[in-house]
Structures are given as C-alpha cells and as structure tokens.
Write a protein that binds this ligand. Sequence first.
Ligand code: HEM
Length: 448
Amino acid sequence: MGWPFIGETIGYLKPYSATTIGEFMDQHIARYGKIYKSKLFGEPAIVSADAGLNRFILQNEGKLFECSYPRSIGGILGKWSMLVLVGDMHRDMRTISLNFLSHARLRTHMMKDVEKHTLLVLRSWKENSTFSAQDEAKKFTFNLVAKHILNLDPGNLETEQLRKEYVTFMKGVVSVPLNLPGTAYRKALKSRCTILKLIEGKMEERVKRIQEGNESLEEEDLLNWVLKHSSLSTEQILDLILSLLFAGHETSSVSIALAIYFLPGCPQAMQQLKEEHREIARAKKQAGKVELTWDDYKKMEFTHCVVNETLRLGNVVRFLHRKAIKDVRYKGYDIPCGWKVLPVIAAVHLDPSLFDQPQHFNPWRWQNNGSRGSCPSMSTVSNNFLPFGGGPRLCAGSELAKLEMAVFIHHLILNYHWELTDTDEAFAYPFVDFPKGLPIKVKAHSLL
Ligand code: HEM
C-alpha cells in the first residue's frame, strides 16, 4: 500500500506514454493480477484493470458504487459540476445535458456547425509553416461548444479571453491541488473566478433580453434553454456551463490530435480514408450539394473504425474515480465499503488477451462490428471498449465527439497532406497531452 497518507500515488501518477499502461500498472498487474489494492489519493483503493469488474462497477453506479472524484476537482469545477454530483441532482443536470446533446439536435443543429468550425480552422492553415496540431484542434472544439453553449462567435474578444482562461484553468484541474501562491492550482482557481464572471455577465445580458422579448437569435444555445426551461439557481447554471465547456472541448480536441498523430504511421489507413472521403465528396459534387449531411456522416464507415481505434489506443480518459458505498464481493474479491475504486479503462483497451497486438494502430479490427452477431470475437471487442465510460454516467457528449472527429478527418484528408515536424508523443500525465503540442507542417491538395 506504499507510504503513509500518500501511499503509492506518486508512482501511479508518474507520466508515461499514452499508448501504454505505464510501468506502475505493468509491474502491479504482473505482481498482483488485474485487480489489486493500493493507497492512492490519500485513501485505500482497489485498482481494476479487469474488463468484467470495470463494467460491473459502472453498471452498479448508485447501487454498489458512486462517483467520487478528489475534492480538489470539486474545488475547481464547482460543487454543482456533473462530475462530482450524485443522486437526483446529477440526474437533473444529466437530463439537461442529454437534451442539449441529443441525437436529434446533433442532426438538426450541430452537424452544420461542426463542419463550419472545422473549415474555419483548416482554412486558416498556411502551407509550409509549422504549427501545433493540438492547439488547432482545441480551437475547433472550443469554438464549437462556446457557440452552442453561450452563442459566442469564434475570434471575438470575449471568446478569445475565455479560451485563454481555459488553458490556465485546465492546467489546474489536472495539477497537484496545492492552494499556495504561484501554483497551477491557485492560478486555476483565479481563472475559475474570471470565467464565472464572464459567464455571469452573459447571463445577466440574456435575462434582460429574454425579459424584453428580444432573444430570438440565441434561442438555440444552452444558456437560453436553462434560463427559460429549468429551475436551476444562478450558481448551478454557472457550474453546469463551466463544466460543459470544459468536458466539451478538452477530450475531443486531444482525440483529434491523436488521430493526426497515428494516421501518418499507417499509410494503408490513410489511403483507405482518402478513397472513402473522395467518394463522398464526388457524390456530393455530382448532386450539386456542398454541406455534409447526416447521411454522408453515416457513409464514413472506415472513418468510424479509425475513430474507434484512435480512442482505444490513445485513451484520452485513462481511469475513473468511484467509491464502494456497500461491502461488495466480486468473483472472490472483497471490496470494503468506503474504499476508493478506480476502474482503469485504458488497461482494458491495451490488454493483449482482449485486443490482438494492442499497441498496433489497426482500424480494421473494428470492421464487421459484432453487433451484427457474425463474429463473436468482434462482439468481445465492442464489449470491452469503454472510452466514454458506461452505465448511468456514460459520457453525454460521446456522439458529438465522434461526429467532430469524423468531420474534421473528412476535411483534413480531402484538403491536406501533413507530416509531423518534430518527435512528439502523447503522454498520460494522467491527462493525455502532447508535450510539444504536436507540431505539423501541411501541404494543400484537392482529392477531387
Ligand atoms: C473523445 C472525447 C470524449 C471522451 C473520451 C469523453 C469521456 C468521458 C468519460 C469517460 C466520461 C465518464 C466520467 C465518469 O464516469 O466518471 C464522460 C462524462 C461526460 N462527458 Fe465526455 N468525453 C468526450 C467528449 C465529450 C464532449 C464533446 C462533451 C460535451 C459537449 C462531453 C460531456 C460529458 C459530460 C456532461 C459528462 C458527465 C456525464 C454524467 O456524469 O452523467 N464529453 N466523458
């Protein structure tokens, strides 16, 4: 269990390559098996790299286990953030988020903007200059959610200010929670105040406009919706918006950067993507259509395989925080009530007994999906794939994230050839990041 109080936390959090499970997990699994105990984040903990136990934990949310993120996360994201809420309040906030991110809204409202914001970023790229692919992906996903949550337009002063504050904020969410002068955590708490002030200013303006019956332009955004249709307090609305802006851009931008990183290493996948997207673009041109539609998105079959493979190998979210709320017995293991429980979803995605050559970027493993029932090994693959968590807390933005990745890949492949200009690699800190920002150089081409 390691040292008093800190236990083995330092070893557990030591950065490692994002396409591996790291030395700590490797050694512990080799010594103790896929389910072991430790002391982490100041508490006794059960760590699980076991696919069955991970599913069992997520499916028994609220019955045997409960979401339990470190208190520092609540300090930064707010006590009303969905990540820390449990019970009825979590359910209410979740319902609002699911409505906002529903399949119907994705098709009717967001699809068009996902494409618009992709093109806005891609068209700003200059040939032969080196830039950070990770920053560009962040720009895209941030602008998109800022538009749909607060009706903020890309490039304007407020949006840029908010985006900059989010960089500082983000560093604090994932840093050691030391509230001392100069620490990343202290700076993030300051950023939190600035961001909330900005959102509150928007809220006041909006309330005024709603009262004056003048709000038609923003009717579609989340702020308007919660103000008009929910009974949330100002504090609750602020935390909801702050955490949705956070959840809605960090993870999906890193996933896009990961795809940009993996693809050049797999020329065959690049070629197949080119053919798929060229075909879609050609059919649109023939029909005299320009904008991508939901049907086009559905045609991106191989791209969906690339998206899945990127999420499996890159593991943007490595593990989740839970605690046992009852004494639990699982296949001969006892998990005492009150203990921390960490389902490590990344360890399952990289488990050689479940995924053939797990370190290998192989989008074809996702073809002939097991849901058709034709290939049992494929259904095992899908069953053990939990990049968005599972159970009652399954990621509310999973469909949007996949749509963002596919549309971005569509226009990237159609318009650019890219190469990595420096050795950079995704690391798990445990949040996934490219230390050099993933520098790339692009050359424009047209595949049509
Ligand atoms: C590839 C991108 C993404 C990944 C890998 C991802 C992953 C996850 C995971 C693993 C969880 C579960 C956390 C837990 O159970 O403790 C989660 C929750 C959540 N995600 Fe995502 N996410 C992504 C994109 C997004 C986007 C684009 C949005 C919104 C615009 C979003 C909104 C949320 C929300 C609101 C929750 C909380 C759900 C709840 O507690 O009921 N996510 N995400």
